[in-house]
Design a protein around this ligand. Structure first.
Ligand SMILES: [Ca+2]
Ligand SMILES: [Ca+2]
Length: 149
């Protein structure tokens, strides 16, 4: 039965103009930049709560947990956050907040006293520990406070 259904799925995909082999039908997924909340709500008064309402989210859509130790997140001015011991679970999102705090599985903190993500334009770049770029996300707007990457 499974084989019959698989063949039917392949036939349907082929009929729609997309040829998918069963092994390719499951997307591999990636670790990628998901959202940048660059203009913290309200007045940017550098309070820790305001700094922490500025953040970048990274999502893992692969089928396995990914070790992010040594990975870096930088802005256009090369302010750099380097992940310490951290594993991003499969299907999970980690929020990298600008201010101070205690890291958890869902939130990590840059421990800064100033904002990183410009309110008008900036570029986030995620790199592996060996320096290779994993993802880049840019924005250029003051009309919205966040960017879906
Ligand atoms: Ca603000
Ligand atoms: Ca910046």
């Amino acid at each position: 039965m499974l084989r019959v259904r698989t063949l039917a799925a392949v036939t349907a995909a082929a009929a729609s103009g997309i040829l998918l082999l069963p092994s390719q039908a499951q997307a591999a997924g990636s670790v990628h930049l998901y959202k940048i909340y660059y203009d913290s709500p309200g007045t940017d008064n550098r309070s820790n709560s305001s700094l922490n309402a500025e953040y970048v989210q990274i999502r893992n859509t692969t089928g396995a947990a990914v070790n992010l130790r040594g990975w870096t997140l930088t802005d256009a001015a090369n302010h750099k956050y380097t992940f310490g011991t951290y594993t991003l679970g499969k299907g999970k999102i980690v929020t990298v907040r600008t201010g101070r705090g205690t890291n958890t599985s869902a939130n990590v903190y840059q421990n800064r006293g100033a904002y990183v993500w410009n309110n008008d334009r900036d570029t986030a770049k995620l790199r592996r520990s060996n320096g290779t770029t994993v993802d880049t996300c840019s924005y250029n707007s003051t009309r919205v406070d966040y960017k879906w990457c």
